[in-house]
Design a protein around this ligand. Structure first.
Ligand SMILES: [Zn+2]
Length: 433
């Protein structure tokens, strides 16, 4: 099984310049290769866009392409791996476009690749060959050829745990550099699922999640405060003049706040999904129409959509590890409007109604709890079983360090808040009247 171990890097200023240079090299190779392919197509030729062909073309032309104003080649300043990762991305983009055009690719139509601009493309490059990865005598460092030994924010050797490292992708996000290592671990499937019973989960805006057994996982104050700050920063950004320095600063601020809120939420979800996957034998969640997810300006809704996708992604791989069964129910199932006691479905239920009251049987129950119970019941139907079929592995997963569905959760230090069995009793707030 392939897993991604992602750690934050702590580079020196000189190393940071090196990282930026390598990411720029990847972008340069991508753009140069794309220009070459476009020229070939315009000259009615048949372009070759396999990684092998692009690499051969790059090596034959790099002395003429990667030169400064005096004609001095500069490509030697960066590892060849950086150019290679740019060409690899181009090769993938072209093949995705071609397959999509011929109807051989699922999902939304993929367009012809566009040139990558410095402002809009997140800096990124990867190492796939050579002596990159862990450092023998320092568990909190990574070796990046041509850049050096870069200190990490956590014990990366412990996270990798002796597994073989196949690939290392380095990227920058919201002002911070990360390394994502693709590691290969032996498949270990547990024989029996956890001892707990079945559970349904309702994700909410007001609370993080409500479980069908009455457990309520509240939205922590820090998360709400972060979301409020983000909202204010976004408002402030929208008032800045386009192209101004202040707009640029405001944009950076929004990006940083976004990243912090997302990190906090992801961390919480990790604790929740680890608890769920190791406690319950059967876990039911609602399906989410990811493709139909539209960009909207309602922050709470947008954040919830992301949480939903993330919750499912984490549960998919964690249940494989613990042996719990994951059930995904139809998203058109009326989990909120249906009475969990008698099954009557209400014609209308406004978002403001926090308490569900059934006219037919007289049940009065917390709205989210009612939905969670319905999700659990719907999930026990046999046809919903094992939404995640297989191991979650893609054919070309080894080349997709950062997009692989099988990811490892961030290691939890001592600050970890346990959401285990004992803590669950503490937050038990079954508001059934
Ligand atoms: Zn009822």
């Amino acid at each position: 099984m392939l897993e991604a171990v992602k750690v934050a890097l702590d580079p020196t200023p000189a190393q940071e310049r090196g990282l930026m240079s390598h990411a720029g090299a990847a972008r340069f190779a991508f753009n140069a290769g794309l220009a070459h392919v476009r020229e070939t197509i315009e000259a009615k030729g048949k372009p070759e866009w396999s990684l092998y062909a692009l690499r051969r073309w790059w090596n034959a032309n790099k002395d003429a392409l990667a030169v400064d104003v005096d004609g001095m080649p500069w490509w030697r300043e960066n590892s060849k791996e950086s150019y290679n990762s740019g060409l690899e991305a181009l090769s993938d983009a072209l093949s995705n476009w071609s397959k999509s055009r011929r109807g051989l690719r699922k999902g939304r139509r993929v367009g012809f690749p566009r040139f990558r601009s410095k402002d809009r493309t997140p800096p990124r490059f990867a190492y796939t060959t050579g002596s990159f990865g862990l450092v023998g005598d320092d568990p909190k460092a990574l070796k990046l050829p041509r850049i050096g030994r870069v200190h990490c924010m956590e014990n990366v050797a412990k996270r990798v745990g002796g597994a073989r490292v196949l690939r290392m992708t380095v990227s920058r996000h919201a002002g911070r550099w990360y390394a994502s290592l693709t590691v290969e671990r032996p498949d270990v499937r547990p024989i029996r699922p956890p001892r707990g019973e079945a559970v349904g989960i309702d994700l909410g805006v007001r609370t993080l999640a409500t479980l069908s057994d009455g457990t309520v996982i509240p939205n922590p104050h820090a998360l709400r405060a972060g979301e409020r700050r983000l909202k204010r920063a976004q408002k402030s950004l929208s008032r800045k003049t386009k192209g101004s320095h202040r707009r640029h600063d405001a944009r950076e601020r929004v990006a940083r706040l976004h990243a912090r809120v997302a990190d906090r939420r992801r961390d919480l979800l990790h604790r929740l999904t680890t608890m769920l996957a190791s406690t319950y034998s059967d876990i039911s969640i609602e399906d989410l129409n990811v493709a139909g997810m539209v960009k909207n300006h309602r922050l709470a809704k947008a954040v919830m959509d992301v949480s939903f996708a993330e919750l499912r992604r984490q549960l998919e791989y964690k249940t494989v590890r613990t042996g719990a069964r994951l059930h995904v129910i139809d998203r058109w199932y009326p989990s909120s409007k249906r009475c969990s006691n008698c099954g009557r479905v209400k014609a209308k239920l406004s978002l403001g109604e926090r308490i569900y009251h059934c006219e037919a049987c007289g049940l009065t129950i917390d709205r989210d709890l009612n939905a969670a119970v319905n999700i659990q019941v719907a999930g026990s139907a046999p046809e919903t079983l094992n939404a995640h079929g297989g191991t979650g592995r893609r054919n070309d997963a080894s080349r997709r360090a950062t997009q692989d569905p099988v990811k490892c959760e961030p290691s939890n230090g001592d600050s970890r808040v346990r959401l285990g069995a004992d803590a669950r009793k503490g937050v038990l707030q079954a508001r059934t009247n």
